[in-house]
Write a protein that binds this ligand. Sequence first.
Ligand code: F6R
Length: 620
Amino acid sequence: MCGIVGYVGKRDALPIVVEALRRMEYRGYDSAGVAIVDDSGHLMVDKRAGRLENLDAALAAHPAGSFAGTTGMGHTRWATHGRPTDRNAHPHVSADGKAAVVHNGIIENFAPLRAEVEAAGIEFSSDTDTETAVHLLALEYDGGEHAGDFIGSAYAVLRRLEGAFTLVFTHADHPGTIVAARRSTPLVVGVGDGEMFVGSDVAAFIEHTRDAVELGQDQVVVITADDYTITDFDGVSQQGKPFHIDWDLAAAEKGGHDFFMLKEIAEQPQALADTLLGHFENGRVVLDEQRLSDGDLREIDKVFVVACGTAYHAGMLAKYAIEHWTRVPVEVELASEFRYRDPVLDRSTLVVAISQSGETADTLEAVRHAKEQKALVLAICNTNGAQIPREADAVLYTHAGPEIGVASTKCFLAQIAATYLVGLALAQARGTKYPDEVAREYADLERMPDAVAEVLKTGPAVRDLAQSLADVNTVLFVGRHVGYPVALEGALKLKELAYIHAEGFAAGELKHGPIALLEDDLTVIVIMPSPSGRAVLHSKMVSNIREIQARGARTIVIAESGDDAVRPLADHLIEIPQCSTLLQPLVSTVPLQIFAAALAQSRGYDVDKPRNLAKSVTVE
Ligand code: F6R
């Protein structure tokens, strides 16, 4: 996820663009850059790795009066292709220095396009997929079918791109015009008085106008100071969706939600889709910066997953999937325990380190320990260029976008999907699954963003329930099989956000001790296994609910729609979409996140910044 802004008007573009980037820094902060076109047809670009302050300092060092122009665009980056460096920062510029582009998303077919550009004798100055687009634009503009026609050239390039992207183009020969396009990533137009904006979200221009137009899928907008025109990629006229922004600025950054965490919960379908995007090509699962060959994967005889907190719960789920698909034994270990235990590792051990931040000290030390023991380390990380992926042998990035709320939500779902991709890649390399089985599992995964969107609709009912329980002191969570890590995750969310005593148990363990806690009105949240999965899991869980009810406890049951056996046993039933057993955690976790956030809110707590916690835990 990156932040994009474009401006055409009568005012100096630079301060408007830089301020917009500041408003959108929450979307990504690996690097930032601006491009300004002046009225005499000069393009000026500056871009810097790191926080926006680095760009501010670089811009301040330019002579006064430079970067003056009324057409401009900017970008704040959350790196996907290429490390977060100055050269990979956006905007990217054509070889003749006249065209510039900023981009959010992934151009999936960049490799053949890049080869085509290189064959035309153009040298790339970054490792990004984005740069391809600007060189293609220049080639088209300089000698293609649309020579001299900026807008026509931009359309010609857009029609050739595959993937998910928002792109904004500007050209020195055409001050006063910006072309922007959207496919699967957001773009809104801000309609001002004698000025127009494009932005990844309304935070980019809310200071200047509250009249906006939302672009639909596969639409292109051309803006000038006084007008905007929307078409499809073939230039056929289209309607945008006009709306008036009545949020304040703070709410705009949060997409209208009260807290970043609530926005991140709502973003989970996109986070999942983006994490899966581009990982199945020509009938095979591919992992991005894998750097592990099929040969390496075939040599592996044991997998360790190391992680902390929520990421550890994703690791627990990985064990179920990887062992089931590959028959390779998987151990899951808290990163903080791993290296002090003297685990048995060697060259044929794969250590999968899961970390949203990529900076967690416990996980980093576990990675170092694994490498000292000559194990292969694969990092699953959401932060491009962080220390853990840097030190790992291979990286699989979750493309969930920045997670600002301290409690991890969308990254948990993205981590589950990423570990499942690892499992499928291992199964594929080792031949423990036929290609058509791998394809079927992947297709099931690809349906999950829609299932998560569906389960989000339970939000209002779950929030009402949470509010009615605002005074509880203890909540227990029970689950079996993949429902067990979900129970642990539900309890962790409630502890950290609402400061309530919450415990997760494997349902079969209840009778070995925790059942003594049950009493009248104690709240127990039960995660029911899929009735379409192993019947024994389902029937054992039904018995567990009966045991809980018999002791007077209040049951909140999360069960698949159509699970009629459980309906009479639930004091409160939260229905989730039907899906296969291994995929169920992707939907069953979501109501638990909403429940914890709502309960915390009704107690008056700041769910983005729970007490005593930090987003990156860089001490052991
Ligand atoms: C809980 C939470 C933490 C993190 C843990 C690991 O909501 O966010 O438990 O999951 O601190 O952090 P990363 O994934 O950055 O290594």
